[in-house]
Write a protein that binds this ligand. Structure first.
Ligand SMILES: Cc1cc2nc3c(=O)[nH]c(=O)nc-3n(C[C@H](O)[C@H](O)[C@H](O)COP(=O)(O)OP(=O)(O)OC[C@H]3O[C@@H](n4cnc5c(N)ncnc54)[C@H](O)[C@@H]3O)c2cc1C
Length: 402
């Protein structure tokens, strides 16, 4: 085992949407960034595959419009859900007055690879893949960087600022023991694939059944399926057996009945735990936390990636001035949190209300579920579909690259 040390301006832990966007934006402004990602590549089933109108705007501002357009994707103008009494539109993005009035469905690894390639054009950008952050280093109470384990042994990154963008299970958040508020979530998600046929619907396929909610995310030649089950319910699903699981999927989505045999074993089904929480303070001396590391988002509305990216954009704008002059203070770090607190708190509050008022009811139901009154109202007055479209597609406080 060798032990290496690197000095840099900013060390970012985690190459998800938040970490990569921040690293690109800082390197673009001449700030040296070392980004550590524990995996060797981005080719995993991430938790979300949506690129929202406001993120597409940011990619435009970075000059990446053509590059993102060339990657495999599907643009959906509407988000719908099928209940026992019919299919209803939840959000109509075509009603938004924005440059990209649709949600783009794209495997997240394409977006991450694009950001990594963009960062690679700047000599200030260093991406160390297969490097897992294991701890923070401190000097008189100030975080001075991290230690990580890479393919060639231990590595120490000494940084003026450390940014935790290492997701909901953040090791940095854990090591710093920052106070956390948890809001609970009534569900977990079973994640698996089914083949997709050319005649299938496109974009998002959401079916609400008795005690279950099934989502299909269009990944061109396959559906990335998400079966929303009651929290802690996976053991019971497994105990009922794989045949029963396949049957439930087929009952909820009869059009997939011909392909559920493709779920060959429980190895094909991954359980994702849903958590909603938020740090009271997103920073400590020498360190800032952004994205899910600061506030784990519920999958409701599929807005977590957008929020993570917007955190990164705000952080880059606020930090880019003070870092080169070594003028960072708690006040500067606090202003990143202040800027992003309103959209985070507001979005999580809406998610928690929907979890309680709608999802909790669906997951407890033992008979077919009818569309709730607010959805029927949206379908009677389609102009109202603009409101959820705005919340999901643009968010409460869209950011712009300065
Ligand atoms: C079931 C489910 C479905 C979801 N669906 C959607 C959706 O459709 N659309 C949407 O917008 N959001 C969705 N979300 C939320 C979304 O996934 C997150 O909010 C978003 O990914 C947060 O981005 P991030 O960059 O902060 O963290 P992450 O995406 O979690 O990225 C963190 C990165 O850090 C790396 N990492 C972790 N630990 C270390 C370490 N110690 N050292 C180095 N690297 C490390 C990880 O490998 C990862 O690459 C979903 C969430 C769940 C639970």
């Amino acid at each position: 085992m060798t032990s290496t040390a690197i000095d840099t301006d900013v060390c970012v832990a985690g190459g998800g949407p938040a970490g990569l966007m921040l690293a690109v934006l800082l390197a673009r402004q001449g700030i040296r960034v070392v980004l550590l990602e524990k995996h060797a590549d981005f080719l995993r089933d991430f938790r979300g595959d949506t690129v929202h109108p406001s993120t597409l705007d940011l990619l435009d501002e970075l000059g990446l419009t053509d590059a993102i357009d060339q990657l495999p994707h599907r643009d959906a103008e509407r988000m719908t859900a099928t209940f026992a009494d019919g299919t209803y539109t939840l959000a109509d993005f075509s009603r938004l007055r924005v440059r990209h009035p649709y949600i783009r469905f794209m495997p997240q690894w394409h977006l991450l690879n694009l950001l990594a390639a963009t960062g690679g054009k700047y000599r200030e950008f260093t991406l160390l893949r297969s490097h897992e952050v294991v701890d923070v280093t401190r000097d008189r109470g100030i975080v001075t960087g991290v230690t990580a384990i890479g393919p060639d042994g231990d590595i120490r990154i000494r940084a003026y600022l450390t940014v935790a963008a290492d997701g909901r299970g953040s090791i940095i958040r854990h090591r710093l023991a920052l106070p956390l508020r948890t809001f609970g979530a009534p569900m977990d998600v079973l994640w698996f694939r089914l083949p997709r046929r050319p005649a299938d619907t496109e974009g998002l396929d959401m079916r609400v059944g008795a005690g279950r909610l099934l989502l299909g995310i269009d990944r061109d030649d396959f559906w990335q399926m998400a079966d929303v089950i009651p929290k802690g319910g996976f053991a019971a699903v497994q105990a009922a057996g794989l045949d029963a699981f396949r049957r439930t999927v087929a009952e909820q989505a009869p059009s997939y009945a011909d392909r559920v045999q493709q779920i060959r074993s429980w190895d094909d089904v991954k359980m994702l735990t849903v958590r909603v929480d938020r740090l009271r303070r997103w920073h400590a001396p020498g360190v800032l936390l952004i994205g899910d590391a600061a506030h784990a988002m519920s999958p409701i509305g599929g807005v977590g990636i957008n929020l993570a990216v917007q955190d990164a954009v705000a952080a880059a704008r606020i930090l880019a001035g003070p870092i080169p002059g070594r003028r960072l203070s708690s006040r500067v770090l606090a202003s990143v949190q202040r800027r992003r607190a309103f959209p985070t708190v507001g979005t999580q509050a809406i998610q928690v209300v929907i979890q309680k008022a709608f999802l909790g009811r669906v997951l407890a139901a033992d008979r077919p579920v009818m569309a709730p009154a607010p959805l029927r109202l949206l379908s009677r007055f389609p102009a109202l579909q603009r409101l959820p479209a705005r919340l999901i597609g643009v968010g409460l406080r869209p950011e712009h690259v300065g």
